[in-house]
Ligand binder design. Structure first.
Ligand SMILES: Cc1ncc(COP(=O)(O)O)c(C=O)c1O
Length: 352
């Protein structure tokens, strides 16, 4: 591809102008979209164009056509779900990431973005008070962060049961019993489904959605075999946290792997006035969180944190002759996530 500096400059200038206009409109604009997707589909659709158009015109068209269909999610007047805005450095870093366009899977090939992710991962562990030797993988969001942690769990639980998952797959494997609080986020079930682990056992929760440890004990005692317990830091409706010290003690008694879904709530550990909510959470085996909610980083950016590096890399890694593996370093980014080609998501978080 020939580098046409005038085309890039015009398109980027157009994007910057429209972005500033969008950000500038946030304090006063109507928060909700004014036009439904069905109507917008007609604006964006129509016959496949026979010819192209200048890059800056594409950007102008996109910005103008999309404007009435945008929800003011980054504005201070948007209170839907647990969706956050975007901090200036995080947004601008995201632009850099796109301009750099690094395929950020290999330390050897993309050392700058790998090093930035490593720094962001170390800071994350320090900020949250999680084991400094844990692996951090930057994924698309909390759904995939939970999936990744639970994939490591699946590998370890089956390996400990004498089952070679890589060679023999799941058919005929010992059944992994999965336990969740009645009010876990539904995407945990989705992750378990992706992993072929089936529907989890739902454990009773209290009025705030906190899992009841005695109920977990009874549920685990009702059977035998490998077990995965998924706890929650931050209930979507009440904000409540599962009682980690008691629940993790119960899980340990039954030899279970403990994963914590802390999509937005894990960050409470970084705030001195809220840290008590996460008390005991550092005893878990894996954690899922994301930066696109509480941390105000642009979509998409999730983090899978796994104490057992061997399990994570066995679950996610691959080896091919053309992928130059950095055997000396702290692991290639792709070994810790479910995808090979990937953008450098950690760059948006690594700002001082
Ligand atoms: C507790 C919890 N877990 C998981 C998720 C899924 O997060 P994501 O959309 O980043 O995949 C959410 C989303 O709101 C959540 O609140």
């Amino acid at each position: 591809m020939a580098y046409r500096d005038d085309e890039y400059a015009a398109a980027l200038a157009a994007a910057a102008g429209h972005s500033e206009a969008w950000l500038g409109s946030l304090p006063n604009r109507h928060v909700g979209p004014r036009v439904p997707a069905s109507e917008l589909a007609e604006v964006f659709g129509g016959p496949l164009p026979e010819s192209g158009m200048p890059a800056a015109d594409v950007i102008d068209f996109l910005a103008a056509a999309a404007e009435p269909g945008l929800m003011a999610m980054p504005s201070g007047r948007f209170f839907g779900w647990v969706i956050g805005g975007t901090l200036p450095a995080a947004l601008a870093s995201d632009w850099l990431v796109s301009a750099w366009d690094q395929n950020a899977g290999l330390r050897y090939a993309t050392p700058a973005t790998a090093a930035i992710e490593e720094a962001a991962g170390h800071w994350l562990l320090e900020l949250l008070g999680l084991p400094s030797a844990a692996d951090v993988g930057f994924v698309t969001g909390a759904t995939m962060a939970n999936f990744t942690g639970m994939a490591a769990a699946r590998w370890r639980l089956l390996a400990d049961a004498g089952w070679d998952l890589d060679r023999d797959g799941l058919s005929g494997a010992p059944r992994i019993r999965c336990f969740v609080g009645r009010e876990r986020h539904d995407t945990v079930d989705l992750g378990l489904r992706y992993l072929g682990l089936g529907k989890p056992v739902q454990v009773d929760a209290d009025g705030q959605g906190r899992l009841v440890p005695a109920a977990l004990d009874a549920a685990l005692a009702a059977g035998t075999g490998p077990a995965l317990v998924c706890l929650q830091a931050g209930n979507l409706h009440s904000g409540a946290f599962d009682p980690f010290p008691e629940a993790i003690a119960v899980a340990r008694k039954h030899g279970a792997w403990v994963h914590i879904d802390g999509a937005f709530g894990l960050w409470a550990a970084a705030a001195p006035e809220l840290r008590h909510l996460t008390q005991g959470f550092e005893e878990a085996d894996s954690w899922g969180t994301d930066a696109h909610k509480t941390l105000n980083v642009p979509y998409d950016c999730g983090m899978a944190i796994v104490r057992d590096q061997t399990a994570l890399r066995a679950a996610m890694g691959l080896h091919a002759s053309y992928l130059v593996h950095d055997a000396e370093g702290p692991g290639d980014p792709f070994e810790k996530v479910p995808e090979l080609s990937r953008r450098a998501r950690g760059c948006r978080c690594g700002q001082p």
